[in-house]
Design a protein around this ligand. Sequence first.
Ligand code: ARG
Length: 458
Amino acid sequence: MKLWAGRIQQEADARLNDFNASIRFDSRLYKQDIGGSMAHATMLRECGIITPAECDQILTGLSAILRDLESGELGIDPESEDIHTFVEAELTARIGDAGKKLHTARSRNDQVALDLRLYLRDELSAVTAMLRTLTGVLCDKAEEHTETIMPGYTHLQRAQPITFAHHLLAWAQMLLRDIGRLEDCYRRMNRSPLGCGALAATSYPIDRDMTAQLLGFDGPVLNSLDGVSDRDFCVEFVSALALVMTHLSRACEEIILWCSWEFKFIELDDRFATGSSIMPQKKNPDIPELVRGKTGRVNGDLIALLTMLKGLPLAYNKDMQEDKEAVFDACDTVKMALDAFTPMVETMAVNTQRMRAAVSGGFLNATDCADYLTRKGLPFRDAYKITGTLVAYCIEQGETLETLPLEQYRQFSEEFSEDIYEAVALETCLNSRNVLGGPAGEQVRLQLADIRDQLGAQ
Ligand code: ARG
């Protein structure tokens, strides 16, 4: 028998049930649903809407249901329409009439909005904690590699020397912003919709501040229509998650490149790599590829939510039931990705020689050569042009800026003297970039301390 039997006289068409039901995916809200109901019942008692005895029965009944669900003694009935219906029916089956009073001054519309906020609040905190752990791992790895010189790239062409630490901390900075975005999102999400009713609140003298407080919210949502129809907290959350995946995906792309034999900058630990079914020599980066691939799912979840909301009139519409699969999928995917990504980065081996060799061959010190001439008084544009010609000459001669004899340097400019070798030495190029945010060891150590500070403070 359906909840709404009364106005609707006929049994629903059997073909409608599965289509209409959400129990398949919203059963994971059972804990939030029970917790929300306990706060609601407590408030009903405090406001004199139900008796203390009824409230006791409800609270004891709900705790028992929670306990039995967690122990596996009670299974969720897949024939229920949704988790809210299931818990209420189970309660009434156990305690009788008092159970039927639980839904006084409440609607499934504010109930579902509440459950989802409670659930996502926890998920958001879990993801934030995982991001913090990952950022810490990046900091530890960076600390080991403040002197590990490697090429920095633009257009995937060797550009200027940096260190591995500097590169890893660039990832860490992205993650810090992701954490910040999630925390912003939490603040807006953390308002209680309970008491908004179906759409127009209730005529019972309820205390919405009390339920908000009992459930750890910063306060109630202040418009009942908005409280039951707002899902921008879902969009915001999934959009922050999509950026997390985008950041992980970019890092994964680099990891995939770096463990190719063309680069060989890193090697994944055997526990985080896979083999081929036919090619015995293969060690494949399936984990970073999957993280990169799963980014598409989360982007899809975001688009699904935005599209679902677009054009919905106020207040609740059944379309909104579609919010859950999208947010759940986005949370699950990001947590799985972080679970794999963090230990993979933690355990990967770094080939510092290969990184150094890649810096040596590619004229990454050409800018420094031009800067050298500028310091001798040439305008930068002229210095740039001379250095460009010089590089072309070196390539032709099979030389580098480090090895080219001074007489040959001087054919390009009289300003070159013995100290050019010091100026184009890779360590000089790196350590002279000692400005705020630069790759010089001193700056990277400052940056590292700052990131650790932020992680500690949050
Ligand atoms: N299962 C529904 C959902 O997830 C709960 C709210 C139902 N409300 C309603 N008016 N049909 O959205």
